[in-house]
Write a new protein. Structure first.
Length: 317
């Protein structure tokens, strides 16, 4: 079987981890697994190339390596959004036109967007940079929720570790699930990770409420397990439901109902991480009534299930 040729296009300062995602999957087959990929690196200018961790790596090939690639990977691009040299974007377009698969890990999506390879298509990048990517390239349909997006000829991943998810997915597409599972097993990783990158995003700092709402928010947050409704919140605040909704929108940018749901999901996440309580008990404790209800909201807002979330983040293991 002819080996699939993978070339990683580097740029200073290069993230060693993001390069490592591709290297471990495509360039480091375990001894008991047949090697089905050839892996090499290149850069616009061969020679010593700075990394984000302070040391330099030696790159022995320039852009002339791209015409022989079946897959070209851009393993991050620092700083995010920095314009790529015209020679780089043209080399990517040329490789794509002749049929090479073009892949971006994390902020490498900015380079693919600059090359026009994401126009009119869904794409993703690290959750810290999705808004910036969407603003800079309005023709790109930026999806902030997913771990990766694969169109067959072009693919993008969310931040850092999601590059491994994408690379393993590409191996599954190329050679089947069993072969991908062998590669993943050697890396001591699951061959497929559930969920979206929203579950890994930092919880946003709560918006500041002024003195008219702050006491109500504190009161409600300490009673999530009780029957809290918008009408009850309005009664507690001494306001009409309509006036309360307006204040929530003005001060917090959301509705009372959505604010409550967000706090309940946050409380459920903490209990899943820090306790062994059954999902049904957690749902009751945070005011979501049933495990079915908790699972439905968890799936809708975080792209995963409470069980999968606990397996990933539990502090009690």
């Amino acid at each position: 079987m002819d080996r699939h040729r993978v070339v990683a296009l580097l740029h200073p300062p290069q993230s060693p981890f993001e390069l490592g995602c591709a290297t471990e999957v495509f360039g480091n087959a375990p001894p008991d697994v047949p090697a089905r990929y050839d892996f090499r690196i290149c850069a616009e200018r061969p020679g010593p190339l700075r990394t984000t961790t302070g040391y330099a790596m030696l790159v022995d090939a320039g852009l002339e390596a791209l015409p022989e690639a079946d897959t070209v990977i851009v393993p991050g691009w620092q700083p995010a959004g920095e314009p790529a040299p015209p020679a780089v974007t043209e080399a990517l377009r040329t490789a794509h036109r002749r049929g090479a698969r073009i892949v971006a890990i994390c902020t490498g999506a900015f380079v693919l967007a600059q090359a026009g390879l994401l126009d009119g298509r869904r794409a993703t990048t690290h959750w810290r940079h999705t808004a910036r990517l969407a603003a800079a390239f309005p023709q790109v349909q930026v999806d902030p929720d997913v771990l990766y997006v694969d169109h067959g000829d072009v693919a993008t991943s969310a931040g850092t570790g999601a590059g491994i998810d994408l690379c393993l997915h590409l191996v599954r597409s190329d050679h089947g699930a069993a072969y991908a599972a062998q590669i993943a097993r050697n890396m001591v990783l699951p061959p497929h990770r559930e969920g979206s990158q929203l579950q890994y995003a930092a919880r946003p700092v709560p918006a500041r409420a002024d003195a008219s709402l702050a006491p109500l928010l504190e009161w409600a947050a300490s009673r999530l397990g009780t029957r809290l409704t918008v009408a009850r919140l309005a009664e507690r605040a001494g306001l009409s439901s309509r006036t309360l909704a307006r204040q929530f929108t003005e001060q917090l940018g959301t509705s009372p109902g959505q604010w409550l749901l967000g706090r309940r999901l946050d409380a459920a996440r903490v209990l899943l991480e820090q306790t062994d309580l059954p999902v049904e008990a957690i749902a009751t404790r945070v005011g979501l009534a049933s495990a079915v209800n908790l699972r439905r909201h968890f799936r809708a807002h975080l792209g995963t299930t409470p069980g999968s979330y606990r397996r990933t983040f539990s502090e009690t293991r």
